[in-house]
Write a protein that binds this ligand. Structure first.
Ligand code: GLU
Length: 225
């Protein structure tokens, strides 16, 4: 993969479904595999920035709490428990490759106000320049409805702009965009290339969600837009 990788500063987004393999548990094998690929990029001279979900799912796993409890204050508790565990694992796995990683938590408000935007940008670029891999997530613990981005597809698009990324990769457990949700419509066909985000493309993606993370194909299409 690295031989032909011509991007300089890609933002790579790993969603909850990717990290859990569609289950309710974080898959250490998947995480190790993703980290290995990011490490290979970094060693090839690329400056990857990771946007990772999974905090709420890992928190739920650790507290053994039911999947149907979704109120905001409880999700904030889960995020607080899960984020530190998730980050610990990233840190250990990157350390195995001799690479340092760093936690960067932001909310929409941090990206909307100029000084905070510049602080976030300078920190991220400073980390990249030192060969440290930033692991970005939304600061769910403090993000209320008014100030939160809400899903990491959108957050990763904002981060890509923030750091002048030349590529945004939304890693997914589905092969791509379909003409309808393939989980509910057997006639759905894979769309191989999308040159621009037309109303038709948005209609294809509407309403699809894995039910695990917050996003789905519609937030991916809107992040691309
Ligand atoms: N920030 C959430 C988490 O870490 C994920 C949001 C999303 O699924 O897009 O659990």
């Amino acid at each position: 993969m690295t031989d032909s990788f011509r991007w300089r500063r890609p933002v790579l987004k790993f969603g909850t479904s990717t990290l859990t393999g569609g289950t309710a548990q974080l898959s250490l094998g998947r995480l190790a595999d993703l980290v290995e690929q990011v490490a290979a990029l970094q060693m090839a001279g690329v400056q990857p920035i990771v946007v990772s979900s999974g905090a709420i799912t890992v928190g739920r796993q650790r507290l053994g709490s039911p999947r149907d409890r979704k109120d905001v204050s409880f999700r904030q508790i889960l995020a607080a428990v899960g984020q530190s565990r998730l980050m610990h694992l990233y840190d250990e796995f990157f350390e195995f490759h001799g690479i340092t990683s760093a936690q960067v938590l932001v909310t929409r408000a941090d990206l909307a106000e100029r000084q905070r935007y510049l602080n976030a940008r300078n920190t991220l670029l400073g980390l990249c320049a030192r060969g440290v891999i930033p692991i970005v997530n939304e600061n769910d613990v403090v993000a209320s409805e008014e100030i939160k981005v809400g899903d990491n597809d959108t957050l990763s698009a904002l981060v890509a702009n923030l750091v002048d990324a030349d590529l945004l990769v939304l890693v997914s457990d589905t092969p791509g965009l379909y003409t309808a949700d393939p989980l509910v419509d057997a006639r759905a066909e894979l769309v191989h290339d999308v040159a621009s985000i037309t109303p038709q493309v948005e209609a294809y993606a509407s309403g699809s969600s894995s039910g695990l993370g917050t996003g789905g194909m519609s937030t991916k299409v809107s992040a691309a837009k």
